[in-house]
Design a protein around this ligand. Structure first.
Ligand code: GDP
Ligand code: MG
Length: 370
């Protein structure tokens, strides 16, 4: 079972156990020094502290998955992936909707994009941006805890007629812990009570210094209601993306992350996958978490069937043998036999882990009673 006790992890990194506990708390995990955490989480913590994790897998099976790094010349620019975070009612959903609709070319088939958990827009300047349609911190943390880093840029929404609230602070902490750059969208500026400067000042207390305060975090005044500032927000994101120089190799076998999955009555298991590297094609054989399959159809965010999906493109994938979970990683492999073998191995490993965790709890309870 791939787990490690927090104090042992701290030991190996030569860090204080209390700091490790604090870092885990910032990821939304409440654990004590004596509790075990899984290898994925440990790896995140290790990165958080600036160390490098070397994972010695106990499985040859997993080695099938191509882990060769791409050569520099093979890596092409890819669109940024953006998550919108902020306090409840500050306008995350409204902003996502406004961006989506502002970008629908009138006369386009249906006029409105389909909901598949993510969508792409093109800015006036020609930049393509991928928005995750599931705002919220839980999604962000659980995806990261499962090893899927699917956010390049966080847009922090703060209502101009409110203040910096608990979930605003949480979002700031998540973005910082993940080392993801932030752009502040000061929303609801159409409201008479709006006071954007109050927001800027309040953010200072949380070490977010926006450009208007001579810092380096871009801030944009917007209204999801009137559409004011939306173009500027998109350009700010495009600019931030340029600085990040995001790249991927469209020529390799696809790797991606599940952002949503469900069992559809008519279509069977369906997963929305955000391709992170390579190109996913119809007919590809893949393993995703404990499931595997062969791509029967790919459907984009406009509801159209497509033959393939490259880096940063969200697509619905049909042809799964079972329903994966959000945060599961998808890898294209060579043969069905391999896909099946890896999936089987993972199912068994998960079982072992649960058994071990159960045993650990029992032992803890015994010790507590003694
Ligand atoms: P979320 O909880 O962050 O997703 O917030 P919502 O998008 O659901 O918005 C909460 C409320 O604020 C709703 O009643 C929206 O209509 C309203 N709202 C959102 N953005 C704006 C805005 O820019 N201006 C005004 N006046 N109202 C807004
Ligand atoms: Mg909402």
């Amino acid at each position: 079972p791939e787990t490690i006790v927090v104090s042992e992890l701290a030991n190996r990194m030569a860090e204080r156990a209390a700091d490790v506990v604090k870092s885990l708390m910032q990821m939304g995990m409440m654990v004590s020094i004596n509790q075990p955490i899984d290898a994925d989480t440990a790896e995140l913590v290790i990165e958080e502290f600036g160390h490098r994790a070397v994972r010695v897998s106990d499985s040859d099976v997993e080695q099938v998955i191509d882990t060769v790094e791409d050569k520099d010349e093979d890596r092409q620019p890819r669109p940024p992936i953006i998550t919108i975070m902020g306090h409840v009612d500050h306008g995350k959903t409204s902003l996502l909707d406004a961006i989506r609709h502002a970008n629908v070319v009138s006369g386009e088939a249906g006029g409105i994009t389909q909901h598949i958990g993510a969508y792409q827009v093109t800015t006036d300047g020609g930049a393509v941006l991928t928005f995750l349609d599931t705002p919220g911190h839980a999604a962000f943390t659980s995806m990261r805890a499962r090893g899927a880093n699917v956010t390049d840029i966080v847009v922090l929404v703060v209502a101009a007629d409110d203040a910096v609230m608990p979930q605003t602070v949480e979002a700031i902490n998540h973005a910082k812990a993940a080392k993801v750059p932030m752009i502040v969208a000061i929303n609801k500026v159409d409201k008479p009570a709006a006071d954007p400067n109050k927001v800027r000042t309040a953010l200072l207390q949380h070490e977010v210094v926006v450009e208007q305060m001579s810092g380096d975090v871009q801030d944009v005044e917007v209204s999801a209601k009137t559409g004011q500032g939306l173009d500027q927000l998109l350009e700010a994101i495009a600019l931030q993306a340029e600085i990040l120089e995001l790249r991927a190799n469209p020529e390799r076998a696809a790797q991606g992350a599940v952002i949503e999955a469900q069992l559809d009555v008519g279509r069977g298991p369906v997963a929305t996958v955000l391709v992170q590297n390579g190109t996913l094609k119809r007919g590809d054989i893949f393993v995703v978490g404990e499931q595997w399959g062969k791509v029967r159809a790919l459907i984009n965010d406009k509801g159209e069937r497509v033959e393939e999906a490259g880096p940063s493109v969200p697509v619905e994938v049909l042809g799964l043998n079972g329903t994966p979970e959000a945060g599961d990683v998808l890898n294209v492999v060579e043969t069905e036999a391999q896909a099946r073998e890896i999936a089987d191995y993972r199912i068994q490993a998960a079982k072992d882990k649960r058994a071990a965790a159960g045993a650990a709890v029992t032992l803890d309870q015994m010790m507590a009673k003694a």
